[in-house]
Design a protein around this ligand. Sequence first.
Ligand code: SF4
Length: 374
Amino acid sequence: MAEKIIMMTEQRADTDRAPAIPAQLETPTGLLSDRLARPLHDLRISVTDRCNFRCVYCMPKAVFDNNYQYLPHTSLLSFEEITRLARLFVDHGVEKLRITGGEPLLRKNIERLIGMLAELKTISGKPLDLTLTTNASLLARKAQSLKDAGLQRVTVSLDALDNDTFRRMNDVDFSVDDVLKGIDVAHQVGLGPIKINMVVKGGMNDQEIVPMARHFRGSPYILRFIEYMDVGASNGWKLDEVIPSAEVVRRISAEMPLQPVAANYTGETASRWRYADGSGEIGVISSVTQAFCADCTRARLSTEGKLYTCLFATSGHDLRALLRAGRSDAEISSALAQLWRARGDRYSELRTSQTEAFKRERSANKVEMSYIGG
Ligand code: SF4
């Protein structure tokens, strides 16, 4: 799902509670699954609620202005707390950690956290897949130290190649060249394979689809197009702002023919397409038109230690409260197991079916030309 739209700010809901500790504690087996038989495979960890961009679809200036109250430092999970929780998640089967934000490179000494997480091993004793999503504004400066700390790869958000469009979207006058420089430095130090995520918003940057494809074709980078999602909306998708992935593929294919490629693994969010002439591949993430809840194995840990079992969850589970109440690993681990087993989230699927119903209803209610006269 679109990393850039992941809850960057805390959902300070009154309903957020510390999870209950089960009466019967259990030893993790690494084989946890939820009510829909989905394992717990990925953990996304937000390390800051701050960002130095003001993307119009994510942290618009109108809301995130000078008066916006960010979390105080004491509210944030410390690196030790994050690492302890990550270890408990890994014991339940997590194999992939993605560091997010806000802009994660704004968190002071982030390399120290990377170093701590890089020491963790999966239950079968392998290194974790340790990655980070960034807007690349600080990447050129930090790539080497992140690599040295043990980070394996990065995903970079870039919504346009045209400077005016990009600046309009990030709303802080940051230039495309600086992002491209960050990507190149990350590649040079070995933080790859690098994925580039472009959120496509109709009427905003969809004219950049083909130029982006052209630019990254034949490069070592994998460009992925993400359908624009109206995160937080409660009444159906804003369909008129969504460019379906099928349309993205059609537009690129018209100039540079594409062929579908099999998924790398079950639950891969991006559908893969390769250029027919062998000059690389792209991915499309159909968050709206083809919900992938059935394979969703992701949990999200917020900056202040709340666990969300879905990107669209309206309340979280306060793990920080357990940590700071001095609960033992066995207690917290058992609470996590209980939470995941109870998980039944499939928001996008439900939203999609509502949207389909909405479309059917609209279509059924259309006034016929034969009725109003041609
Ligand atoms: S359950 Fe569905 S809506 Fe929720 S995060 Fe997973 S894919 Fe997204």
